[in-house]
Design a binder for this molecule. Structure first.
Ligand code: SAH
Length: 378
């Protein structure tokens, strides 16, 4: 499908968007308008289970309440501006969000599950050296409605594609654009809506939040919404990780590992997934594998090796299969649980690290990256 241009911003009304209200917010909203708290669950079911956005259709509410809601609030989902289907069944959508920007979400179907990869920010502030989103710069955090709106839209659109009543989105990974822990409150509210039995009813284990390692927020997450945790490690020592993941200069590996241990401290079964992008000649040497194996003895975790996905203007290269296998074998031989992520959707730029959207950059990062590319070409 061709890419459509993003229309000029329309000034959105300041009415509250009930799509983004978790149970607590919805109950306090109904209390504030003098209604009983069970109205909250009724409205949440209409919105998230039935996919109804028009208050007039919410037939178990009184006519006067429906009119009141229609006058004072709305249920608004992000607008789709592009919809692409990969040869392997992966589907990617570009969604318009206020601020003259667009974000991306990806659905990855597998035999026994369907995983939706959700974005949390318009761009990202972290600037990991190998990530396409980072090169786009940053515009703003997504609202709760914009985050949960991705799940709402995917559920609706996939029901049309697959024509089945089955739960098609069985898992959600907060691994799209942005650093979810840098948009903590909105991400937590959205994950609460994902878990709510009146909404999507996903268990904690079926929701994974991936972070580059915002240490204090990992502790906060455990208290607020203890979902499965993935950590983007990518390097086994601080010297290298400082280069690949600049956030490491603030929260070095030892502090990150301590936070990971605290996160799983009172659960015997819980494990952290450590993601490790495979960059040829950068972080895939024998010594790195041994260092990583040693690090993994200090935390209950498993390693997921991600073959690097390239994008325009980036100089890194994906490690060869033989190097990836060698790395995997060393970890395995040292007792580490390790998997290699199968690349999905790369024909439509939907693979890990390729999500770019359309970011009205407020930093000067995107411009600098383009300048560097232009200098190289000359
Ligand atoms: N900011 C969060 C969420 C992004 S998740 C985080 O860093 O975890 C996206 C995952 O894809 C992360 O593990 C990220 O490091 C990885 N990734 C980024 N760029 C990539 C690339 N070009 N190829 C493969 N994986 C990449």
């Amino acid at each position: 499908m061709t890419k459509l241009s993003i229309p000029v911003e329309i000034n959105v009304e300041a009415k509250p968007n009930l799509l983004g209200f978790d149970r607590e917010a919805m109950e306090s909203y109904f209390a504030s308008i003098g209604e009983k708290s069970f109205r909250a669950s009724q409205v949440m079911k209409w919105i998230h289970q039935q996919g109804v956005c028009d208050f007039a259709e919410m037939t178990n509410l009184s006519k006067s309440l429906r009119a009141n809601l229609a006058a004072n609030c709305l249920v608004e989902v992000p607008e789709i501006i592009e919809d692409r289907l990969s040869n392997d069944g992966t589907r990617k959508w570009l969604l318009r969000v206020p601020g003259k920007s667009a974000i991306e979400m990806v659905f990855i179907p597998e035999e026994s599950r369907g995983t939706l990869c959700v974005s949390s920010q318009v761009g990202c502030t972290l600037d990991c050296s190998f990530c396409a989103t980072g090169k786009q710069g940053y515009n703003r955090d997504l609202t709760t409605a914009e985050i949960i709106g991705q799940v709402w839209l995917a559920k609706t659109l996939l029901a049309e594609q697959y024509q089945t009543e089955q739960r098609i989105v069985s898992n959600v990974v907060m691994m799209g654009m942005g650093e979810p822990l840098m948009n903590f409150d909105n991400v937590v509210s959205a994950m609460r809506i994902m878990q709510d039995d009146f909404c999507f009813g996903l268990s904690r284990r079926r929701i994974t939040l991936s972070t580059a390692g915002v240490v204090p927020k990992i502790d906060m997450l455990k208290k607020a919404c203890a979902v499965s945790l993935a950590v983007s490690l990518h390097a086994p020592n601080d010297e290298l990780r400082n280069v690949l993941v600049p956030l490491n200069r603030k929260y070095p590996i030892s502090e990150l590992m301590a936070a990971c241990n605290r996160y799983v401290a009172d659960s015997q079964r819980a494990r952290i997934t450590f993601e490790y992008v495979m960059l040829q000649g950068v972080n895939d040497e024998l010594e790195h594998a041994h260092q990583l194996a040693a690090l993994m003895q200090t935390v209950p975790g498993k390693v997921n090796l991600i073959p690097f996905n390239s994008f325009e203007g980036i100089e890194y290269q994906r490690s060869s299969n033989s190097r990836i296998n060698r790395f995997r074998d060393i970890l395995h031989d040292n007792g580490v649980i390790v998997t290699v992520r199968r690349t999905r959707g790369d024909d439509i730029e939907a693979a890990c690290g390729q999500l770019a959207g359309d970011v009205m950059d407020r930093t000067r990062r995107a411009e600098k990256f383009r300048q560097k590319q232009a200098e190289k070409i000359q």
